[in-house]
Ligand binder design. Structure first.
Ligand code: FES
Length: 276
């Protein structure tokens, strides 16, 4: 069932321009796509790049195309299609005009969820810091290790602090599953061989191929399903080919991740290179 809500006078967005709105805590960008400054069509999208959440309202582009200002993924705001990675389309919303007023169908926009019992946690070989929610009555001490569920899988984290009341409006990067145990430490120790082997094999292949890529670290996630190789250098097709070859040779999923990027906003753990 549709739920049309007014955004304002359509004339607030001149032909060729765009404007952002916040609806129930969700950022929405409305694009007015037009030729020759004549009134054209309005398109609304969730203003959060599916890669790492950058705002698209300031992205370059013409017609219905917009390019993310952060890592240059391009999208069609009319269809939501992502040209670079079709598996990561934009979320679109229906809009219409009534008596000069722009209306948006908000039926699919849910109220922003407030994380339950959030903690600030450091995780990943790059030491990212994010909020994670825990069971309502769970308590964790400063620097206590925990097992997390993130968009990449299960991994180990370190508690930095309980989030204060003023921070409860932040979004959660995942959940804290449980405390870290001595048995988990043994699992981690067994993973060291895998980590070292993949790191060495990958470095050798990169040198043999003369690729301008430097692998600077490697980690196997705690769930033992994914091995992440952190690299310096640009995303290039040769890296994608290498990832496919490594994936064919190993029992684990191999992913390349640029060192200067945080984990994907949701679901994409490829680090934007399309690998893995
Ligand atoms: S955040 Fe948009 S392409 Fe990376």
């Amino acid at each position: 069932m549709t739920n049309w809500i007014p955004l304002g006078d359509a004339s607030e967005i001149s032909p060729g321009n765009r404007k952002s709105y916040t609806i129930r805590g969700t950022e929405i960008a409305v694009f007015h796509v037009a030729d020759n400054e004549q009134p054209g069509e309005f398109y609304a999208i969730h203003d959060s790049c599916p890669h790492q959440g950058a705002s698209l309202v300031d992205g370059d582009g013409c017609g219905t195309e917009v390019t993310c200002p952060l890592h240059d993924w391009t999208f069609d705001v009319a269809t939501g299609a992502c040209h670079d990675f079709p598996e990561f389309p934009l979320t679109r919303y229906e809009v219409k005009l009534e008596d000069g007023v722009l209306l948006l169908d908000a039926s699919t926009i849910e109220e922003e969820e407030i994380p339950v019992n959030p903690f600030l946690v450091r995780y990943g070989a790059m030491g990212w810091v994010d909020h994670f929610e825990a069971d309502e009555d769970a308590t964790y001490a400063h620097r206590e290790r925990v097992i997390l569920k993130t968009s990449r899988g299960e991994e180990v984290g370190e508690i930095l602090a309980a989030a204060g009341v003023q921070e409860t409006s932040v979004s959660s990067a995942g959940t804290i599953l449980r405390e870290f145990t001595p048995a988990d430490q043994e699992t981690l120790a067994r993973q060291e061989d895998v980590r070292a082997r993949v790191f060495q094999d990958c470095q050798t292949l990169i040198q043999e191929r003369g690729m301008p890529t430097e692998i600077i670290d490697c980690e196997q996630l705690f769930d033992q399903q994914t091995v992440v190789l952190y690299y310096l250098g640009s995303r290039m097709p040769a890296l994608e080919i290498l990832a496919q070859e490594l994936n064919a040779n190993y029992a684990w999923r191999i992913v390349f991740h640029p060192v200067d990027e945080a984990p994907a906003a949701s679901g994409c753990s490829s680090g934007g290179c399309g690998c893995g």
